[in-house]
Each structure stands twice: as structure tokens, then as C-alpha cells.
Design a protein around this ligand. Structure first.
Ligand SMILES: NC(=O)CCC(=O)C(=O)O
Length: 267
């Protein structure tokens, strides 16, 4: 399976329309890959809380529609990163009506899965103040042409909560897709947590972070693809960059058979 991880950089100047066009073009440029992955909240701005209400959209709004077209054109599965989702007529349990939602799009341009971020980052500000929390664990068989692995969806801060990944493992996950807007200030934690999630669950990790500086926060980059042994197959630097990585889905079963640590779990 050939994967492209688009570590996008952005600042504060670009309009939503211009960024959407730029990102759709970047996705189109990944023709030949089976799976293309984008970062968290690239359309709304990961830490640009004030812009979220005006950039919020339904999960079938103009941003996802533009990307679905790009995925269809190149015949790839696309993890569209996440957006500030504001569905029509869904106020949510806390009355905020907005979620940090990831969308996985098939090569036919149709949405195959949606994940609403469970752990909200901000300690009383930002996400917990403005957004609803997701409540569902989402694990899905990757569709053609990215077939062969079952993927668990999570987002950024979720990486600090190993129990979420165990729950995904128990639903058959073999690969974790993790879009993020993780700041440079804590990038070593990001790098370490991703490897830990791969090793403890014997899963691939495909993690796509943000680069650049927006809303006064420098993003950490270091997107990575990690195998079930914890080997880093590719890692980005700190700027905008596309990682292109070939993975062998058979490595999951191989690692679990050669080193059957999961069989020793005591619940
Ligand atoms: N967007 C996020 O979830 C940021 C998480 C973060 O900065 C951290 O966990 O540290």
C-alpha cells in the first residue's frame, strides 16, 4: 500500500477558499498513491479558535466536496484530515452544535467513515469551550485501492489516551490514522506517543501533523509512518512536506505472530 502524508504548512493570511483549492491540488498531485492523508483542522486553523464558528461546515460542505472530487480524480482513498463540523439541525448534548470531525473518503468520492474527536484539547479553553466531544470509537476496513488493513481513527490530543487505541485494537484495528495540529513546544511528546501507540498495539501508525505558524502558535511537523515493531519508516521535518511511503499490510500479522505480546494481556 502506497501512502502519501501531506504535512501542510499555513499561516494566518490564506482564505478558506484559497487553502481549500491549494489542498485539493496537493491531493491531486499524489496520483499513484493508494491512501492520502491530511492534518487536523487545516481548513479552520488548528488553534485559530476565533475563526472556527465562521469556518464551520457540515461534513458534506464545500471543503469535503472539493476534496472528494480530488480523491475521485486520482482514484485514492483520502483521509481528509478534520474540519470544524457544524451539521444542520444537530445542537449536540452541550448545545454547541460543532465537533472536530475527521472524514475518510473512498476512491469513488463517497464518505466511508466519520470520526468526531473524543478528547478535546484546551483545558477549559478552545475545544472544550467551543466544541462537543465525540462519543464513538471508529474502526473501518480501508476500501480499495488501500485494501488489506483495518484502520482506527483518532485525532491529535487523543494520542495521549492509550485506552482509545486499545479499544480500537479490540475492534480489529491494524493501522491508526492520526491527523494533528500539534505544536512545536511539545513535539518530542508527539514523536514518543506515536511510537508507543504502534508498539503497544502492534499496529501501523500514519500520523499527519501541521507545519508553519498560525494564531501565534508554531506547529511541530514531524509527521510519521511507523510500523508495528515501532520502526519509523518515514518522518517529516518541520516544514511543508509530503511523505511517500510503501507499507506491507502483512507486517501486522507477522509481528503479532513472531512476538505475540497481545496474547499476554490480562484484563
Ligand atoms: N490539537 C490538539 O489536540 C493539540 C494537542 C496538544 O497540543 C498536546 O496534546 O500537547
Amino acid at each position: 500500500m502506497k501512502i502519501a502524508v501531506i504535512q501542510l504548512a499555513y499561516g494566518d493570511e490564506e482564505t478558506l477558499e484559497a487553502r481549500t483549492q491549494r489542498v485539493a491540488d496537493l491531493v491531486r498531485a499524489q496520483a499513484g498513491h493508494d491512501l492520502v492523508v491530511l492534518p487536523e483542522l487545516w481548513s479552520a486553523g488548528g488553534f485559530d479558535f476565533r475563526a472556527w464558528p465562521e469556518r464551520a461546515q457540515p461534513a458534506d460542505g464545500s471543503v469535503v466536496t472539493a476534496l472528494a472530487g480530488a480523491a475521485r480524480e486520482i482514484g485514492a482513498v483520502l483521509h481528509a484530515g478534520s474540519l470544524i463540523e457544524k451539521p444542520v439541525d444537530e445542537p449536540g448534548p452541550e448545545g454547541r452544535g460543532m465537533w472536530n470531525t475527521s472524514v475518510l473518503i473512498g476512491a469513488d468520492g463517497r464518505a466511508v467513515a466519520r470520526y468526531r474527536k473524543v478528547h478535546r484539547f484546551g483545558f477549559g479553553t478552545g475545544e472544550p469551550k467551543l466544541l462537543e466531544a465525540g462519543e464513538d470509537i471508529v474502526v473501518v476496513d480501508l476500501p480499495a485501492p488501500a485494501t488489506g488493513l483495518r484502520a482506527g481513527l483518532s485525532t491529535c490530543y487523543d494520542a495521549r489516551f492509550p485506552e482509545l487505541y486499545r479499544a480500537q485494537l479490540d475492534r480489529g484495528a491494524e493501522l491508526f490514522l492520526v491527523p494533528a495540529a500539534w505544536p512545536a513546544a511539545r513535539v518530542e511528546a508527539w514523536r514518543l506517543l506515536l511510537r508507543a501507540r504502534a508498539i503497544e498495539n502492534q499496529c501501523f501508525v500514519v500520523a499527519c501533523n501541521t507545519a508553519g505558524t498560525h494564531a501565534g502558535i508554531e506547529m511541530g511537523g514531524h509527521s510519521a509512518v511507523i510500523d508495528p515493531w515501532g520502526q519509523v519508516l518515514a518522518e517529516a521535518g518541520t516544514g511543508e512536506e509530503v511523505l511517500s511511503v510503501q507499507i506491507d499490510p502483512a507486517v501486522v500479522a507477522e509481528a503479532r505472530e513472531k512476538f505475540p505480546v497481545l496474547a499476554d494481556r490480562r484484563l
